[in-house]
Design a protein around this ligand. Sequence first.
Ligand code: NAI
Ligand code: MG
Length: 358
Amino acid sequence: TALRIGMIPADGIGREVLPAAQMAIEALGSAIPKPTFIPLLAGWEEFQKRGKALPDETVQILKNECDGAMFGAVSSPSHKVEGYSSPIVALRKHLDLYANVRPVSSVPGQKVDKIVDMVIVRENTECLYVKREKISDLPNGGKIAIAERQITSTASERIGKMAFEIALRRGQERSESTWEGWAHAQPKVTIIHKSNVLSVTDGLFRESVRKVGEADPRYKGIKIEEQIVDSMVYRLFREPEYFDVCVAPNLYGDIISDGAAALVGSLGLVPSVNAGDDFVMGEPVHGSAPDIEGKNIANPIASIRSAALLLSSLGYYGPAARITSAVDRVLLEGKHMTPDLGGRSTTTDVTEAVLKLI
Ligand code: NAI
Ligand code: MG
């Protein structure tokens, strides 16, 4: 069998870093089924050329012909443009990628104050992102704007299950590893909410996730904790080593994951995967970075790590670990660093250094 991966570089440095992900997968050789990469169109430039940010063909090929995908980055304009909407948001919807999983960990070899080794599991489909907003006039001449927030037990349970599965897997990895430096002995899932104020919506989220964790005997070894989102942020900045797997509704997840990324030094290091039951798509957390586009200095590591996440989501744990540890060794040596990490290497140099070690 072959492994068919849709490649959507989209815009800006997405095009410079996605080839690195492809080469990292190719470098695995016979450790995985022979990969075929299918280049697919999407993005702002595609919208300007042909009027559609996400061509139907791209969605059809992803659905019918691919085992998984990689997405680069999109340049969304900051003003409203008629007919344009973000292709990444649309892709998550079309492919039912209901979880955004972001592992954030300290960089080996880089001086850090705190060891960070956490995974943020963000619900990707509801909360305030249902975008049901309205504005109307008040009798006093003022205006009132209202946004509806949707939380369902179904979406909360499935994101909960994803979080517990990830915690289980991390626990297994730690017990199989000889390394003693893990921040967490026992796997832990922290449920992030604000149900002291939003007792109905966040209350439902919290209870649904907890129920999943308590019902399945496979999750018995996982500690379940809860933390109110504001105090979670305080703790994240003071003792990030405390957290293992954190599961959150969409908006809290968005905010805390960008905060966590800042703790480890560069956006160019942080990978993610958009996951559903039938499909996974790797995606570096960063955007299209117009300020460094075309200079061959974008850090390819977030993209390469996203490829590893894609592979582990598809069940190829060993090959994924080979990519991850090659990246770690390059960072530890510190000889091949792009400018965002204080080095002078190019995208090509860093990619080649990683490929050699894979
Ligand atoms: P950005 O993530 O593109 O850049 C923020 C800063 O980080 C810039 O200084 C950039 O040079 C640096 N940076 C980002 N990735 C890097 C890498 N791999 N190596 C070295 N440095 C890196 O965010 P910004 O500037 O706010 O947005 C630029 C465009 O990207 C916008 O059009 C925005 O809509 C889009 N964007 C797209 C995302 C996506 O595709 N999922 C996510 C975030 C932003
Ligand atoms: Mg964000």
